[in-house]
Design a protein around this ligand. Sequence first.
Ligand SMILES: Cc1cc2nc3c(=O)[nH]c(=O)nc-3n(C[C@H](O)[C@H](O)[C@H](O)COP(=O)(O)OP(=O)(O)OC[C@H]3O[C@@H](n4cnc5c(N)ncnc54)[C@H](O)[C@@H]3O)c2cc1C
Length: 409
Amino acid sequence: MAKIAIVGAGQAGLHLGIGLLAGGHQVTMVSNRTGAEIAAGFVTSSQSMYGMALGFERELGIDYWQDGAPQYRAAQMRAADSEGNVGLFWQGDMEEPGQSIDQRIKMPRWMDRFEELGGDLIIADADMAMLERLAASHDLLIVASGKGEIGRLFERNPARSPFTQPQRVLALTYVHRFSPRPGKPAICININPGIGEFVSFPGLTLDGPCEIFTIEAIPGGPMDCWGEVKTAQDHLAVSERLLRDFFPIEAERIEGHLELTDDKAVLRGRITPTTRHPVAALPSGALAFGIADAVCVNDPITGQGSNNAAKCAKVYLDAILAHDGPFDAQWMNATFETYWDYARYVVDYTNMTLTPPPPHMMQILKAAETDPTLARLMANSFNDPKAIAPWYYDPVEADRFLSERAQAA
Ligand SMILES: Cc1cc2nc3c(=O)[nH]c(=O)nc-3n(C[C@H](O)[C@H](O)[C@H](O)COP(=O)(O)OP(=O)(O)OC[C@H]3O[C@@H](n4cnc5c(N)ncnc54)[C@H](O)[C@@H]3O)c2cc1C
């Protein structure tokens, strides 16, 4: 039995901590907020999750919302200008349903489960001195602090981080009076080329089912207009205006006016997509091992971060349970590389969506309009961006793949 400390009680930290307790290890977790504070706070994510990641939660018996929360079984992508002239549209079914559970519901419930299993939950904002104490008193220190400042102790890896600036200005909103799209519930990705994106899907929040959407504005463009927004109601009004001005087809879903699900159902920010070295030496020389967003954070445009956190937790959990010996830098780097073998596809998948699309990507997306099998493959890529390698990521492979599909038709 190893003694393991985890800093950060979010998607990755709690998933890993609960798995380690179930596996017979002793776990200390540090959270800078209590469950009650998380529940009473602002929304933190849109957290759309798909089959593989939800399956890892199911393995641990912590998918408490499987039956009670809205599910979506399709994905659709539309590119259209501000007048609603559609340049691209495809829709495909997902093999397994997606779900979004407000982290204000999920994390407090998981914190309770962590304690029920005998985990030691400490409420503190961990600083370097605390990391040193935890490293000295445990066999392994894991930093699962998400976008928290303490994660800066992991050095940026420029070879794996093509951007030095945020690529989008983000505005997240949980609403009522936004009717479900006609047909199957779906994750809807709407692109207004050169201006930004609008992504929506059903979710479960504090007062029940709702619609969750994120507006992704290209910096400096007409949707990058959040400077004067102070209140949640200002945020809602700007969101509704942007929806009507730049996504008129989606705006048809507004029933009169949008309503917030609660007065903390908004979030604004910007993220610089960054991959870091996963191992950091503390001043004493003791090691910290980073997980999920702390060491590999993406823009939420493709809805991958919570999925990545669950998948990273699964890789680390399996590696710890299989390990017999010291958790040294070699083990940490090898464990992260196992995760990176998957995560590098997510990074490319996401970054290709943030930048003007390369010609081969446009050819694939256009082909999906008339090829239902390809549309299904693209819909399922939200669950597993590695499954569409190599052809989605490489122009030569894309050519080969598209000619094979044309011959098969
Ligand atoms: C607008 C937006 C929309 C998103 N939409 C999606 C989506 O649709 N699908 C998807 O998969 N992902 C989405 N994400 C990303 C997803 O929410 C994150 O990637 C995911 O929560 C990361 O998990 P994590 O465990 O690494 O970090 P987190 O879940 O952020 O958890 C980190 C925890 O550590 C705590 N912490 C930080 N510093 C300290 C400290 N010093 N001491 C103690 N505790 C500390 C934090 O308070 C937090 O509770 C979205 C993100 C944003 C911003």
